[in-house]
Design a protein around this ligand. Sequence first.
Ligand code: 9MJ
Length: 682
Amino acid sequence: MEVPASVRQRSAQLREQLDWHNYRYYALDDPQITDAEYDRLLRELQDLEREYPDLVTPDSPTQRVGTTPLGSFIQVRHDLPMLSLDNAFTDQEIHDFDRRVREQLDATAAIQYAAEPKLDGLAVSLRYEDGLLVRGATRGDGSVGEDITHNVRTIPSVPLRLQGGDYPRLLEVRGEVFMPKRGFAELNAQALQRGEKLFANPRNAAAGSLRQLDSRITASRPLEIFCYAVGQVEDGELPDLHSAILARLKTWGLRVCSELNVVNGAAGCLEYYRAMLDRRDGLPYEIDGVVYKVDRLEQQRSLGFVARAPRWAIAHKFPAQEVLTQVLAIQVQVGRTGALTPVARLEPVSVGGVTVTNATLHNADEIRRKDVRVGDTVFVRRAGDVIPEVVKVLLESRPIDAQAFVMPERCPVCGSQVIRPEGEAVSRCVGGLICSAQRKEAIRHFASRRALDIEGLGDKLVDQLVEQELIHDPADLYHLDVKTLAKLERMGEKSAAKLAQALDRSRSTTLARFLYALGVRGVGEATAQTLAAHFGTLKALMAADEERLQKIPDIGPVVAAQIHAFFAEAHNQEVIERLQQAGIRWPDSEPQAQGIGQLPLAQKTFVLTGTLTSMSRDQAKARLQSLGAKVSGSVSAKTSYVVAGSDPGSKRDKARELGVPVLSEAEWLELLAGAEKTSGPA
Ligand code: 9MJ
C-alpha cells in the first residue's frame, strides 16, 4: 500500500521523538515526559506501522518486543578480542598493581585511574554502523562469541540508533548486561508462585535471559546495560582519557554507570573501594567488586597486555556473597498465613561480612529440585536485605547418610492438618488462629513498624506472651499492665513502662496502617492505602461486597474475595470491635473520589529518583497519590519536592539547580507520616 507523505513524515517524527526520550530516560536518567506520554507516542507509531507495514524500520522503537525463535546461535569472531580482567582481593595486591604500573611507565607522579563498579552480569559487544545497531554478541571466550542481536535489541536501555551525529562510522562498544535486584526479586517471586525453578542469582538470570533463542522471552525479562569500554572504531575520533570516552558514549545515548570516579594512585583506588563496599547493599544492582583502569589511553598503550588481560586494569573483588557451609537440619517455619517454609539450619558462616545461620529453602518443590539434604555441603547466598538462601548442593561432598526432607503432614506447632491446594507451590497449616505460630506472626505483624509501630515489642517478648497465654490476639495487647509485663523474662520495670507507653501511643493511628496491621491476605501497605483512601471509613469498607471491591484500581478478584472473607469472619469482627474498644482510633475522612482537594498533599508535585529502600516505586507513588499528591517523571520549577533514594542520578542535580527542595528517603517518610496523621485516609 502506498504510504502518504504526511504519514511517512509523522512516523519519522515519532521515531525521532521516541529515540530522544529514550535517551533522556536511560542515558541521562532525566526524562522530559511521563511514562504515560511516552506510551502514547509509542502507541501512535505502532498504529501507523500496523496500518502501513512498509513504514517499519529495524531501528524503530516499536521493534523491541522480540521475534520468532532462532534455530541456533551463530558464532561471531571479535576482530579485537574482548578482554578479561585480573582479579585482586587485598589492599596489598592493589599497591603491587599500582607499583608495577608506575615502574613500567617510569612515572613519578601518582597515576590517574578511572574507578568503576564491577557489574555482575554478562559481557556483551554492541556494533553500531552509521549509528545503527547492527550486531550484539556475547563475549564467549574473548575471541569467539555468539550472535545475540535479536536479544539485545529487546533491552530498553540499548539504543537501536545513536544520538547526535558525531559518532564514528563504525563503533563497537562493550558493556555488561545485568538484571537489577528488584527485577530479579520479582522474577523469582513470580517463579516461586508458579512453582517454577528459581534463578540462583541475578548473574545467572541475566545470562539465562540473554542466551535465549526466543527473543520474546528476553523481552519479558528486566535487563539493563552499562557500557564500559570501546572496541573497534573506524572513521571517527575518541577522547584520550577512558573517563572522557565514557562521557562521550553517554552523549550518544549509550548508558554508562553513574558511579564512575577518577581517583589518584593506590590510595584513591582503595578509598573508592571502601566507599562502594559501604554502599553495595543500597545500590539497585549487584556488584561483585570495583575495577580500576589507567585513565590515560597513551599510558594504557604503553602498558599493553599479558595474555587476555590488560596490564592497565584490575578488578578488586568484594567479599563473596556466596559461600560454602553445611546443612545441620531442615525445619519448617509457620508464617502468619499458615504457609510452611522449610528453612535450612546452617553451620554459622560469614557471608559478605554478616554471619548466616539459617537460609530459606522456599518450598518442597525447590528442595526437591535442588535436592538439598541434611548433612549436605551447600552454597549459601546473601545479597543486601534479602533472606539468605541455599543456592546449590556440592554433590561430591554428600555424606552417605544424608537425610532427604519430607514436608510434615501435621503442623509442627499446633498439630493441625497441613494441606497443599492444587496448583499451589505452598503447603499450609489449616489451624488458623488456633496455631500459636500463626498467632505470634499475626501479633508481630500488627506491632511492626509499618503497621501500628509498637516499639519494644520484640520477637522474644511476643513468644513469651503467647506461650504463657497472656495474649491470644492483638486486642489483648491493650489489656496488659506494667506489672504483668515487668514479670516477663528480660523485662524490668523500666522497659515494661516504656512498652506500655508505646502501646498507648499506638492507639492513635491511621485507617491505612490499621488495615495493613490486620494482616488480611493480599493486603500489603499499598493496597491498605488504596482501600483507606477509597472508603474513608472502616465501616464503609466492611460493608463493601466483592463486586464493589473489584472496581477499585489494582484490586483483582482474588484479593477482593480475601478482603471480603476476612471481614465476614466473626472472629475477625470481634477482634476489630475489641481493638476499637481498647481505644484504637484514627481520623475518618471523606472518600477520595469526593475529597481529593482536601487531602494534605493536594497541589503538591513529587518527583522520585534513585532507589528507595523502604518500598517500591509503585508503592511510593500510590502512597503519595493517596494523600492527594501528583507524581511526575521530570523536574521543573513547578516541582514541590524531589525525593532522592540511593543512586539518584541527574534529577537531583536538576532540582538543586532550580532550587527545588530535595528530600532524603528518611525525610520524605517523615513528611508522609506527618501528612498521614493529619489525613486519615492515608
Ligand atoms: C564490569 N564487569 O563491570 C570491565 N566491567 O573492562 C567494567 N568490566 C572491563 N569494566 C575491560 N566496569 C574488560 C572488562
